[in-house]
Design a binder for this molecule. Structure first.
Ligand code: ADE
Length: 218
């Protein structure tokens, strides 16, 4: 990310919604209409902040609201969002934000997983990191954008590097063999087994070859 920033490929800026409150205590939340627990972020500071941001960019930025109610964030979504010139990541707090702010400015609601955090800041950082990887100039020559774990729908095989033996634990022999056909078969087998064990939900049987099915049946 530092590399991408220094090269001018990506940049970030933070805006504090409190700076857009018209209240002398910089208040940005209020009790929910209809009652119930918790506070709701008010519409005006959010929309005022957004209007300010909009003046600083060339065309309308895509606005993403981080919320556990949103569409689940995926690698595919990161690739799509990396094509946008500007993104605004709106972080909620408390019970949420006034629905009118969502209706007025939000393009997409995104969740980073089925758990509830105290605010959208950490999810925003997750998106920034994951999206930035897909922007040219962010990853270095030794980094890999080769996303085995997701691009072929399987979890990635295990990795090893030197030494070939550590405290009696050996690197699988096949990886030292130099036989790329065998290495690829080993890796495919490990990926298939791991996906079946940990993430059967993403294993798309219809996309597997006869050989793959045989491996899984073993
Ligand atoms: N805000 C609170 N929890 C969240 C989550 N899981 N994803 C996105 N935003 C959130």
């Amino acid at each position: 990310m530092k590399r991408g920033t220094e090269k001018g490929e990506i940049s970030y800026k933070c805006w504090n919604i409190r700076d857009y409150s018209k209240n002398k205590h910089r208040k940005v939340d209020d009790y929910p209409y209809g009652g119930g627990a918790g506070m709701v972020m008010t519409v005006d500071p959010i929309v005022s902040c957004y209007n300010h941001i909009k003046e600083a960019v060339f065309k309308k930025p895509k606005v993403i609201y981080l919320t556990p109610k949103g569409e689940k964030f995926t690698n595919e979504m990161a690739v799509e969002l990396s094509k946008e010139d500007d993104l605004v990541l709106l972080c909620g707090h408390y019970e949420g934000i006034d629905q009118r702010a969502i209706d007025m400015i939000v393009d997409k609601e995104v969740s980073i997983g089925d758990y509830v955090l105290t605010g959208g800041e950490l999810p925003a950082l997750v998106l920034i990191d994951s999206i930035s990887r897909h922007v040219k100039g962010v990853l270095g020559d030794d980094d890999s954008l080769d996303e085995e774990s997701f691009s072929d729908g399987l979890l990635e095989y295990p990795h090893y590097t030197r030494p070939a033996e550590y405290e009696g634990l050996k690197v699988p022999e096949v990886l030292l063999s130099g036989n790329h056909k065998h290495i690829n078969e080993y890796r495919k087998t490990e990926s298939l087994k791991l996906t079946l064990e940990r993430r059967p939900d993403i294993l798309d049987i219809s996309k597997l070859s006869k050989e793959d099915i045989k491996i899984l049946e073993k």
